[in-house]
Structure formats: C-alpha cells, structure tokens
Ligand binder design. Structure first.
Ligand SMILES: *Cc1c(COP(=O)(O)O)cnc(C)c1O
Length: 397
C-alpha cells in the first residue's frame, strides 16, 4: 500500500510498538460461536465469564425467533435516520412497551447506550451550564459531558457529602445537572440514588442516571435502578442499554414526556444516525415480553451470583464490595491479573484481566460476570479453576 500519509503516521506505528512492548496492547479475541455460557474462542471451548449477557438472552430461542419473524415481515434496515423515514411502528411499539415496563412517562430508543448519552447530555445542558459527575462515570458519559461544552465538576465516587461541597463551591452556572452511573461496572457497586435525589431536589438540579448494568438486572423483574429504589417519576433522566442484559444492542432514555419530546428534536445521534435495525427492535420487544412475563431469569442470575460470591469468599479471595452480579477478584498488579487470566483460559475458563488505565494502578483484577445462562456445574468448574490457579500463584492458601 502507498497511502499519502504513510510518512506522517510513523508516530502511530511507534505508539503501537510501545504498547506492545509495555504489555498494554489490547489483543482482541475472536469468538467463533454464539454468545452464551459456553463459547468457542480462538479455537478452544471455554466457559464464558466475560459477557454482559446477564440473562442469557443473546442466544435465546425466543429472541431469535422474534428477530426472524420480524425480518420476514419488515426486512432488515430502517433505511434512514428516524426523523426522515427510519421510524417504523416497531420502534414506537418498543418505546411504548419500555415506558410501561419502567413506569416512565416516555422513552426514546437510540442505536446504543453510548449514543444515548451523546444524545441526552448535550441536548439538556450546554455552554455556561455545569455538570456534577461521579469521578468513576463511564466513558460515554464523559464524552457526552465534553460534547455538551458545559463545565464538568467531578465529585468523589459515590460521595454525597463531596457532591454537596462541590455544589456549594460552584456559584457560577446556568443550568445544572448531576450525572452518575447506576451500577459501576468495574466494582459492581451501586450509586446512592435516593441520597442523590435528595440533593438534586433540595438544590433543584436535574438528575441523570446511566443504568446500563442495572437494566434487566436491578429492580423487580429487571426494571432497573429507578425501580430498585422506588424512585419512579423522580429521576429526570434514566439512560439504559439493551446491549447487556437484553442480549441485543440499543440505547434507551426514559424520562418525562417533555424531555423525551426534546430529544426527538435535538438529540444528535437520533437526528443524524440511522435507527436500530428491525431484528434488533423485534428481539428487544421479545426481551421486554419475557421480563414482563416472568422474573425467573433475573432470579437465576442473582442466585448464581450469590452462590459464586459466597464460594469465592470461602476460598479466601478478595472480591471487593460488589452489590451486583459483577464480581471483581482483586489481584493487585496488572501482571498478576494477566497471568491469572491466562492460566484460567488454559483450564477452560474465559475471565478478563482488567488493569490500569481502566482501573487504578495496583488495583488490577479479574472481573467475573455472572449470568443466568450458567449452570451449577459451570460455576463449580469455574470455582475449581480459580482455586487451582489461586494456589499456584499464591493468592490464596
Ligand atoms: C456499557 C455501557 C454503556 C454503553 O452501552 P452500549 O449499548 O454498549 O453502547 C454506557 N454506559 C454505561 C454505564 C455502560 O456500562
């Protein structure tokens, strides 16, 4: 190849070499099977403890059938952005069903949770405004905040007193907004939403929660963090995703009718990027149907998670203070976590090592994602692999 810029991109090649030398190059593995409890990865069969497929819906027969039927009836692509010709009655139906499911006034769907944050935040605050943002918020919240051009004031993680201090110190502002993740994906802890709501109400500040890891997991039958805390009609903006527990892909913003109407007018990923595809929408509708019909999968997820956590503690692992099915197995140095993950894989267990810069230095871990898809036997095999490798590496006695 002879790209015009070859001589100008040498710095990128150098950076990539440096990442490889430092062991920080992100090697992306290829999955050669459907996403499920068991997957084929780089040719090997493994138990999958990495996916956000909390309810095992990513390869569920009911969702697959719904998607196939919808393709026969509606085709595949929406053909345009939603404001021009890409809104089908399917999209409207999904939004209505989600609003009922979550007991919100209205819902707008977007292509992903990432797109939902990029749509919502810049539409609601702008130059001269201020956002109070939990310091551990997800990258898509951070990018949404930056795009909005509002001032960003980070407060200490889940620290309501620090938030109050930051609000008191910030005297120049137009509009104000508090934004937090619902479930923090690296530690599995939950935002203190009732306290945040009290602060927001007291100071008349708009409150937004991104419940990507709580959608389909927290609340009655997986109705999310607002339902979990009984704050229906109180949290101004609830962002969610259908890319995790729902097993498909897509973003959600739930809130008052006026906010959702506004996002249809001013949400840029809504206006300038095409709609969710037909099979995605149909599969999401089926997921809502399933969750409304039964909480069996959500129960199984939580039962699996509590069994796994209890056994890991009994083995002597430090599993942090997760309040959700996310289990961080704390290992310290990034190299230890990577070695641990490699040895697990040799024993047929796929669990990802996470280190700096995703988490702080010295806080490297293996993050285990529980799912309703795992059988008791799967979990016992995973525990046994953790026990063996933990002893080999002298993490546990
Ligand atoms: C995963 C995640 C997203 C992104 O969701 P996608 O639908 O995959 O784009 C956004 N916010 C948070 C907090 C997340 O954990």
């Amino acid at each position: 190849m002879d790209y015009i810029t070859d001589s100008k991109t040498q710095w990128i090649a150098d950076e990539l070499t440096a990442l490889r030398e430092q062991g920080l190059y992100n090697t992306i593995r290829t999955v050669e099977s459907p996403m499920d409890a068991h997957i084929v990865i780089d040719g090997g069969h493994v138990i999958n403890m990495c996916a956000n497929n909390y309810l095992g819906l990513a390869n569920h027969p009911r969702l697959k059938d719904a998607a196939k039927r919808a393709i026969d009836e509606w085709g595949i692509g929406p053909g345009a952005v939603r404001s021009i010709a890409g809104t089908m009655s399917l999209h409207i139906q999904l939004e209505q069903r989600l609003a009922e499911f979550k007991r919100a006034e209205a819902v707008i769907t977007l292509q992903s949770g990432f797109a939902a944050n990029l749509a919502a935040i810049p539409a609601l605050v702008g130059k001269g405004d201020v956002i109070f943002s939990d310091q551990l918020n997800h990258a898509s919240i951070i990018d949404g905040c930056r795009l909005s051009r509002a001032a960003i004031v980070a407060y200490e993680h889940n620290n309501v007193d620090d938030l109050r201090r930051k609000i008191a110190e910030t005297t120049e502002y137009g509009r104000r907004m508090i934004i937090t993740d619902g479930v923090f994906s690296m530690d599995g802890d939950i935002a203190p939403l009732p306290e945040l709501y009290e602060v927001a109400r007291e100071h008349q500040i708009m409150l937004m929660v991104d419940d990507a890891h709580g959608e389909g997991v927290l609340g009655r039958g997986g109705r999310g963090i607002v339902d979990h805390f009984g704050l229906h009609g109180k949290v101004d903006v609830e962002v969610g995703t259908m890319s995790k527990a729902f097993g498909v892909v897509g973003g959600i913003v739930a809130g008052s009718q006026v906010i959702i109407d506004w996002l249809r007018q001013r949400g840029r990923p809504f206006l300038f990027s095409s709609a969710m595809t037909v099979p995605d929408v149909a599969a999401c509708l089926e997921a809502v149907d399933m969750l409304e019909g039964s909480d069996e999968l959500v129960q199984r997820l939580w039962n699996n998670a509590s069994f796994f956590k209890q056994e890991m503690k009994a083995l002597g692992f430090d599993i942090g203070s997760s309040a959700t099915p996310i289990v961080p197995v704390m290992l310290g140095e990034a190299a230890t976590a990577q070695a641990f993950s490699r040895r697990l894989l040799e024993r047929g267990v796929f669990a990802m090592a996470i280190g700096y810069p995703t988490v702080a230095k010295g806080k490297a871990r293996i993050r285990v994602m529980n799912s309703a898809a795992h059988s008791q036997n799967d979990l016992e095999q995973v525990l046994s692999a953790f026990e063996t490798v933990g002893k080999e590496l002298k993490i546990i006695a």
